[in-house]
Design a protein around this ligand. Structure first.
Ligand SMILES: O=C(O)CCC(=O)C(=O)O
Length: 271
């Protein structure tokens, strides 16, 4: 794996300041189409049979408005290629500051919420305590990062991921609901992704983030990988299938299993 500046200085600075950075043209049109086709096929198969495509995988959402399949690498080669994408993994390594493992992976289909009595609200959240950060060479690093790629074009109002910029540096001593309430009072504090399909939102998981609200009539489809240093565990329900990983190269097996654990090879990044 090459560690050499997967992010440009401008991207790294943007990420440090805002907690996220959007990178266009990460996936090719063919990669996008295959990921879309695979995700819709899994949904169609679920609707027809109720079946999950792989025993180690699961669903976190099975409604028309939110379909989500989790623990992807075993399900289809295109999912495997996404979570092991060398450029995305290299970004994750720069941002955590060392060799990473895959911690989580999921693909989502979101559709407009149609119930007028139950309008959609932002569900801002973060997964782990923002205290799991450190500074090296003056740059902010965090131990859990996500690479979220939209597989459909997103214009404003299409429900792109929404973030409260800068909150990756706000400690959990500040009440989360108070942060969200304050941000909602000033639209400058809410950023919504609008970008062509194949663009990746890279963010520190401590950044308060939420699904956007779809105000158009379009589906929004995305795929994401979560990465942590190798000594961390997977999120619940995302352990790799032990038989599957035996068929992989050493490098890919280590990425999925985190088997290097505390032999944490560090990366050095300056702006
Ligand atoms: O739907 C989205 O854009 C956000 C996904 C999300 O909330 C997450 O990754 O935790």
């Amino acid at each position: 794996m090459s560690f050499n500046n997967a992010l440009t200085p401008a991207q790294r600075l943007y990420l440090d300041i805002y907690g996220y950075v959007l990178i266009e043209n990460v996936l090719t049109r063919d990669e996008i189409d295959l990921l879309l086709e695979t995700t819709y096929e899994i949904e169609a198969q679920f609707k027809a049979t109720g079946e999950c495509p792989y025993p180690a995988s699961h669903f976190s959402g099975t409604t028309n408005e939110f379909f989500r399949v989790d623990n992807l690498p075993h399900i289809a080669p295109c999912y495997f290629d996404y979570v092991t994408h060398p450029r995305l993994v290299a970004m994750a390594e720069e941002i955590t500051g060392g060799v990473v493992r895959l911690e989580q992976s999921d693909a989502h289909i979101r559709r407009p919420v149609t119930d007028p009595d139950n309008p959609k609200k932002y569900g801002f959240h973060r997964g782990i305590n923002p205290g799991f950060n450190y500074t090296r060479n003056g740059l902010y690093h965090f131990t859990f990062i996500k690479t979220l790629t939209n597989l459909t074009d997103l214009e404003p109002g299409d429900g792109g991921t929404t973030v409260i910029p800068g909150t990756h540096k706000i400690s959990d001593e500040v009440d989360q609901q108070a942060i969200v309430q304050a941000a909602l009072e000033d639209p400058r504090l809410i950023h919504e992704v609008a970008a062509p399909a194949g663009s990746t939102l890279v963010f520190f998981e401590a950044l308060l983030h939420a699904s956007g609200i779809i105000r158009s009539d379009k589906d929004r489809v995305l795929i994401l990988g979560g990465y942590t240093p190798t000594m961390f565990q997977t999120w619940n329900g995302y352990d790799p299938d032990p038989d599957f990983v035996q068929s992989l190269s050493d490098e890919h097996r280590a990425l999925l299993t985190g088997e290097r654990k505390y032999g944490w090879e560090r990366t050095l990044r300056t702006l």
